[in-house]
Write a protein that binds this ligand. Structure first.
Ligand code: IPD
Ligand code: CA
Ligand code: CA
Ligand code: CA
Length: 264
């Protein structure tokens, strides 16, 4: 498996997909809902996923593609080469004409995450990694994360965490928010993960994410020492949805032990 060659190919199709999305951004959006009224998809999400599938299959027909919009084949295992793709992460931002949305791609070889990409489409900024070789923000290497005390942390978390909910002890989350330096919520999991791996956020948490939201980001995370797990501290299996936290290694355990505590 020639990872360098695959990396070059992946970057070329990501930049091309980005150009196509930017051209469509201000017009031509057909918005539909999926599982509920807030679960949006557009023709551009679907067209972008199809674009990736066609390019990847022409590159190597044995590669499998697990995409959010389900335009590819059914993927039930990570055997062989599997691309896990979110064609647009942050669709609601995209629909509301906010510029915060990303293409997120993780490439797995026999279950091992080898190549990771998060592409900020409007800013043309690429966060990327090759397992064991490092991670970059465009051409600049990303450094290993430096320790940060919890009281100086800035955490990506949204308002639903502090309202009573059936998933986590919200009183503990309120305590956390009082303790830390600040919170942010950008509406794109991949963007928030990109900010954690580049030290712009110190953690990001979600009550439910799917493999395509985090596949690219967790591969980049490994290279900078960020820790990504579910809220029980276990690794993601990349074929199912789960809870999610990614954090600077100095605060990951403290967050799970004292502040982000699931009910079940
Ligand atoms: C969503 C975004 C959002 C997160 C949701 C995701 P999508 O992805 O990442 O920030 O809170 O859980 O589903 O649907 O825009 O690709
Ligand atoms: Ca979606
Ligand atoms: Ca997503
Ligand atoms: Ca999406």
């Amino acid at each position: 498996m020639d990872l360098q060659q695959m990396d070059q190919f992946a970057q070329s199709i990501i930049f091309e997909a980005g150009r196509r999305i930017r051209e469509a951004f201000t017009y031509d959006l057909k918005v539909e809902t999926k599982s509920d009224a807030n679960d949006l998809v557009t023709n551009i999400d679907r067209e972008t996923e199809l674009f990736f599938i066609e390019k990847i299959k022409a590159f190597d027909a044995t590669h499998k593609i697990l995409g959010e919009e389900g335009m590819g084949e059914k993927v039930e295992s990570l055997d062989g080469v599997v691309w896990i793709i979110d064609p647009i992460d942050g669709t609601m931002n995209f629909v509301k004409q906010h510029r915060h949305f990303m293409i997120s791609i993780g490439i797995f070889v026999d279950g091992i995450g080898e190549l990771g990409y998060i592409f900020d489409v409007m800013r043309e900024d690429l966060f990327h990694a090759i397992a064991g070789q490092g991670a970059w923000y465009n051409d600049t290497p990303l450094r290993k994360l430096k320790a940060v005390p919890l009281k100086e942390a800035m955490i990506g978390i949204n308002a639903s965490w502090v309202a009573p909910n059936r998933r986590v002890h919200h009183e503990k989350v309120i305590e956390l928010i009082r303790k830390i330096r600040g919170t942010r919520s950008y509406g794109s999991a991949a963007m928030e993960i990109a900010f954690v791996v580049s030290g712009k956020l110190d953690a990001y948490v979600s009550m439910r994410l799917s493999p395509w939201d985090i596949a690219g980001g967790t591969i980049i995370a490994n290279e900078v020492g960020a820790i990504a797990t579910n809220l029980h501290g276990q690794g993601f299996d990349f074929l199912h949805a789960d809870t999610f936290i990614i954090a600077n290694p100095s605060i990951h355990q403290e967050l799970l032990e004292n502040y982000i505590i699931p009910y079940e």
